[in-house]
Design a protein around this ligand. Structure first.
Ligand code: F6R
Length: 236
């Protein structure tokens, strides 16, 4: 695992854009997270597309997770969020789990299959929850889990309430499992701000434990953790 500490959140985001850019080529497959952590990275990729001609032609993209019960056109569905932030702006198609599927178990299995058929994910971008969650694998998630339905903790629902005008954060999500995430060929975690410092230290230097799902990064042979000074503050 390489841990890179940058001076500012903006530098962290731009560096992650540079790491991802290696797979922005025909046949490259990106795994994309939502939330606020990757915002600067996506803004920088859009800038490079517009100003430097970075082409997303022939690139495929997969979402890490999706809320159950929000349709693809709901403004807070992760599909809408990623379309607004990145994919619509650079002409990239994205595949995500369908949170409106009638049979969520079947949808979870089908999503795994869609990733497999695409040849797997080259680079998976990740944020980290303040409780150490990865994707929406909350503490206690099996380190060998596959894509499935999870229930969000009160803390995560509270953390994400800022995105919902009416405070109606769904209780359930479909998320890639920790074993699914681990199958990506390169994992890139971005974290900024002091609110992530404890979770980052537990993930990078703590014991491997289902109670800090992000500690599963320690099992992967090719991981980049990109931080700003504040999120790195509790590392030894
Ligand atoms: C989002 C996701 C979550 C977030 C995490 C951090 O697709 O899977 O794990 O990365 O909740 O969220 P932010 O970046 O909003 O602090």
């Amino acid at each position: 695992m390489e841990v890179i500490v940058t001076d500012t959140p903006q530098l962290a985001g731009n560096l992650v854009a540079t790491i991802l850019q290696r797979w922005v080529r025909p046949g490259g497959t990106l795994g994309l997270a939502t939330g606020s952590s990757p915002e600067q990275t996506y803004a920088e990729l859009v800038r490079r597309h517009r100003e430097e001609g970075l082409s997303f032609e022939g690139v495929r993209a997969f979402l890490l997770d999706e809320y159950v019960g929000l349709g693809a056109d709901h403004p807070q569905s992760y599909r809408q969020v990623i379309q607004q932030m990145l994919t619509d702006q650079v002409g990239l198609d994205i595949t995500g789990p369908d949170g409106m599927a009638r049979d969520l178990l079947a949808e979870a299995a089908a999503y795994e299959e869609r990733i497999r058929e695409a040849g797997g994910i080259d680079v998976q971008l990740l944020g980290i929850g303040g409780d150490g969650h990865l994707g929406f694998n909350e503490p206690g998630s099996s380190l060998n889990s596959r894509t499935r339905v999870k229930t969000l903790t009160t803390r995560t629902r509270r953390d994400n309430a800022r995105f919902f005008a009416d405070d109606q954060v769904p209780h359930h999500v479909l998320t890639q499992g920790l074993a699914t995430i681990r199958e990506a060929r390169h994992l890139v975690l971005i974290a900024t701000g002091e609110g992530k410092a404890a979770a980052v230290a537990a993930a990078v230097e703590g014991p491997l434990s289902a109670f800090c799902p992000a500690s599963v990064l320690q099992l992967h042979p090719h991981v980049s953790v990109v931080l700003d000074r504040l999120s790195a503050a509790q590392l030894e």
